[in-house]
Ligand binder design. Structure first.
Ligand code: ATP
Length: 348
């Protein structure tokens, strides 16, 4: 039984999701205590519980302590199975995060998998669906992992009710490819979308104009589409992406009641400018999300990122509890850095 202290480093939900993914994949049981100790409301929230239940279902696991607010969880997996799955988070909990928890075992499944997930699709402090489709999955594609995703309905806080689908093809017998992501990100022009659900399109226009305004002050620009998207609730978002080969960055902001459309637009643009203005290839969010796959790959991978984060450092520590990997992180938290990982060469 692997013992995990959930207050480690970042002390948030990613520790649980990475442990679930790798437990299902390796067959190693784990117990986590101090779940999300560093968060304002510690313990399991709906999104983490949904991830635990979803990974339980695909790996026929036993769970103890799987309740809202639980500070401790035990997870004992059996065999994971590819297949057709449907998971309902039941709130505006982030479907992209539950999807991410399921992918590592499913990409090593014995056949294709198809998933439908309902809940939030564009909620704060999580990757919005656009980040998954435009940034995360294309990067997995470069590692030889084929996952496609589509959105049928958008889910915003508090109503939720979003619906996404994902199709996973298992990696071949050679497993995941290691990669070296060099320097050289695109600079100056981004693409994006500014969207509203059940609100006037003028809000999306204001978000877009504010983003363009911020970008143009630094000589940058973007092609930003306007979208009125289907959702059972109301919401707004903006997503901007910069892409140059493997150097991808995706920057978003979500509207909340009382937050001006101009603030939503300029937040995403500022984050993009920060990325452009900083040395390094990979978006910091992508960096913390991709290391689990590099740890499973055969051989040595390396990449640079604009900001080393506590999420990244913490995730690497959790991954090492399950897989025989060596890694180095050069660079301080908050500053550009380089990560090298000697992968475990996982194959089923
Ligand atoms: P909590 O922080 O409440 O524990 P959590 O389960 O979301 O919740 P975290 O450990 O914070 O757990 O992990 C959040 C994940 O979402 C990380 O992988 C982080 O990089 C990612 N993320 C957060 N915001 C964004 C964003 N704007 N774009 C892309 N990814 C994001």
């Amino acid at each position: 039984m692997i013992e995990i202290d959930g207050s480690l480093g970042e002390g948030g939900g990613q520790i649980i999701r990475s442990a679930l993914s790798l437990s299902a994949l390796t067959g190693k049981a784990f117990r986590i205590v101090n779940v999300r100790k560093n968060r304002r409301k510690p313990g399991l929230r709906a999104q983490h519980l949904s991830a635990a239940r979803a990974v339980k279902e695909i790996s026929n696991a036993d769970i103890e302590g799987g309740k809202i607010d639980s500070k401790e969880l035990r997870f004992t997996p059996r065999t994971y199975k590819a297949g057709n799955y449907r998971f309902d988070i039941g709130t505006a909990g982030a479907t992209p995060l539950v999807l991410q928890a399921l992918l590592p075992p499913l990409i090593f499944g014995r056949g294709d998998s198809h998933m439908t997930l309902s809940g939030g699709t564009h909620v704060p402090i999580s990757p919005p669906f656009h980040f998954i489709r435009e940034i995360f999955l294309p990067t997995l594609g470069q590692l030889g992992i084929s996952v496609s995703a589509s959105i049928l309905s958008y889910g915003f806080y508090p109503r939720g009710g979003g619906l996404i689908e994902a199709h996973v093809r298992p990696v071949g017998k050679n497993g995941i490819r290691s990669i070296t992501f060099a320097e050289g990100k695109a600079d100056g022009v981004a693409r994006g979308v500014s969207g509203v659900a059940n609100l006037p399109i003028s809000i999306a226009e204001r978000q877009k104009d504010a983003a363009l305004n911020v970008l143009s002050q630094r000589g940058g620009g973007a092609e930003i589409e306007l979208a009125s998207v289907p959702s059972p609730g109301q919401g707004t978002f903006i997503f901007l992406k910069s892409e140059n080969g493997p150097c991808r960055g995706g920057f978003s902001s979500i509207g909340v009641r009382g937050k001006r459309a101009e603030t939503v637009g300029s937040e995403a643009a500022q984050a993009l400018l920060d990325y452009w203005g900083t040395q390094g290839c990979m978006d910091p969010h992508l960096a913390d999300q991709i290391v689990i796959y590099l740890a499973l790959a055969e051989g040595k991978s390396s990449f640079t990122t604009t900001h080393v984060t506590m999420h990244l450092i913490t995730n690497l520590s959790v991954i090492k509890m399950f897989l025989d990997i060596d890694y180095t992180v050069s660079g301080e938290i908050g500053a550009p850095g380089k990560i090298t990982i000697q992968g475990a060469g996982f194959s089923r």
